[in-house]
Ligand binder design. Sequence first.
Ligand code: NAD
Length: 213
Amino acid sequence: MSKIPDATITRLVHYLRALEQMEAEGKVRTSSEELAAAAAVTAFQVRKDLAYFGSYGTRGVGYTVPVLRRELAQILGMGRDWRLIIVGMGRLGQALADYFVGSQIYSLVAGFDVDPDKLGKKAGQVTVQHVSELAKVVAEKHVDVAILTVPGDVAQEVAEALAAAGIKGILNFTPAVLKKHHGVTVENADFMAGLSRLGFFMINPRWREEMMG
Ligand code: NAD
């Protein structure tokens, strides 16, 4: 498991979305070529990515859509009803809170802030609470994951409070590089970095083509 490239996990998400779409259309079989086209990679890449996790599909027959969809969802930890909180209910936090309304995979159970103007207000399906209540709520509601959308200069201290409260995963939207904390998995979500990458590849299109194979 330790040698699985980061990019493989990102591509699994793309394969899963393609499979969900196929299943919704009633398609039963697919091929690595079809999955490759849906994820804008090569068929070789699809087979290589899937091979990290086991033996899927049959040569000449391809993959059974619902089976592979279920397997990928399981690999990606979906279907576990992850319980989430958002810390920092500003512009980004509030927009994200709206996004979770009705989600089948993630339950947003609380949102936290320090700004008196935001406390007690509704955001998505939660009411904003003061961050001093964090540890109590995490324990009571068995929260697994925190989305961190506070200003960068307080991100580390909030991350430490989250770790102390027993949070196991942090999706970090802030520009802060969080220190590693035993037992806490951090994933950075950064669309500004995405824009910088885009700019780089627009200036250097051949690099992208070479990476895509
Ligand atoms: P914002 O100022 O609108 O919201 C931040 C919120 O955090 C405010 O409501 C504030 O009261 C609250 N806050 C401050 N200290 C707190 C604490 N100790 N505990 C709990 N809440 C606290 O900012 P925003 O535009 O929503 O951005 C939020 C974060 O996301 C920032 O760090 C910003 O740099 C980052 N951001 C990242 C991306 C990206 O691409 N990853 C894009 C935009 C913004």
